[in-house]
Design a binder for this molecule. Structure first.
Ligand SMILES: CC(C)(COP(=O)(O)OP(=O)(O)OC[C@H]1O[C@@H](n2cnc3c(N)ncnc32)[C@H](O)[C@@H]1OP(=O)(O)O)[C@@H](O)C(=O)NCCC(=O)NCCS
Length: 205
């Protein structure tokens, strides 16, 4: 089986990201190799079982296609070490429309934890968002990961109010809101995002 760690691998559909010893590969949705996809899904099923109940009991997708996923995977000899997904949607906030990107499903298999691999996939995913047409970045995390994401430029919006779910039936998010401001339009909106309730108008990613 080809090796995707240090020397790349013939015929892969991904793109190498970064220059360190174990590298991050990025894949358009549908191009993530099946064995890597299976390892991502297996981790998600254990870590976030609530995403795999009822209608999603036999879920075989990492992110919904309408969230425009791009996958960032760090693996050695096809063994997945770390992963991050990048998603985007259009979001209306305070009367304006923004292109919002976010991170989702960030993970490191425990045997590889606290060695900088998670930061490496977050850095690659964040660089990708920075180079995109994003106005702002937004996702949620538990408060203990604030510094982990802040190290890659994400800002903890301690007082932001984020409402999850469809606008008509929204409910408050209880995690820490992390944001980044990319375009001029996005930068100008920072105080509006900090001070006015953000209706995500979908399940949080
Ligand atoms: C959160 C998670 C992705 C972090 O992955 P990781 O590969 O351990 O991340 P890193 O090694 O890059 O950084 C983790 C910490 O280890 C520290 N660290 C990095 N390299 C280190 C090293 N060589 N030695 C010791 N510590 C190190 C980092 O400074 C960081 O510290 P911090 O907690 O103060 O920010 C991982 O713990 C995980 O999968 N958690 C479960 C799923 C989850 O909660 N995902 C996040 C969803 S928002």
């Amino acid at each position: 089986m080809p090796n995707i760690s240090t020397s790349g691998w013939a015929g892969h559909a991904g793109r190498r990201f970064g220059a360190s010893a174990v590298e991050v590969f990025t894949y358009a949705d549908g191009e993530l190799p099946a064995d890597l996809k299976c390892q991502v899904l297996s981790f998600l099923r254990v870590q976030w079982p609530e995403g795999f109940v009822e209608g999603n009991r036999l879920r075989n997708w990492i992110h919904r296609p309408e969230q425009h996923p791009t996958h960032f995977a760090l693996a050695e000899n096809r063994v997945l070490i770390s992963y991050a997904g990048v998603l985007w949607k259009e979001l209306e906030h305070a009367g304006a429309l923004y292109k919002v990107y976010g991170l989702s499903g960030v993970l490191t298999y425990p045997a590889f934890g606290r060695r900088g691999y998670g930061s490496q996939v977050v850095a690659a995913a964040t660089d990708y968002i920075r180079a995109s047409d994003a106005d702002v970045g937004l996702f949620t995390c538990s408060p203990h990961l604030k510094n982990f994401y802040a190290a890659n430029g994400w800002i903890a919006m301690d007082n932001a109010v984020l409402l999850a779910g469809p606008r008509s039936a929204s409910y408050p998010n209880e995690e820490l809101v992390m944001m980044a401001f990319f375009s001029e339009k996005g930068k100008r909106a920072r105080s509006a995002f900090a001070s006015m309730p953000i209706f995500f108008d979908d399940d949080l990613w």
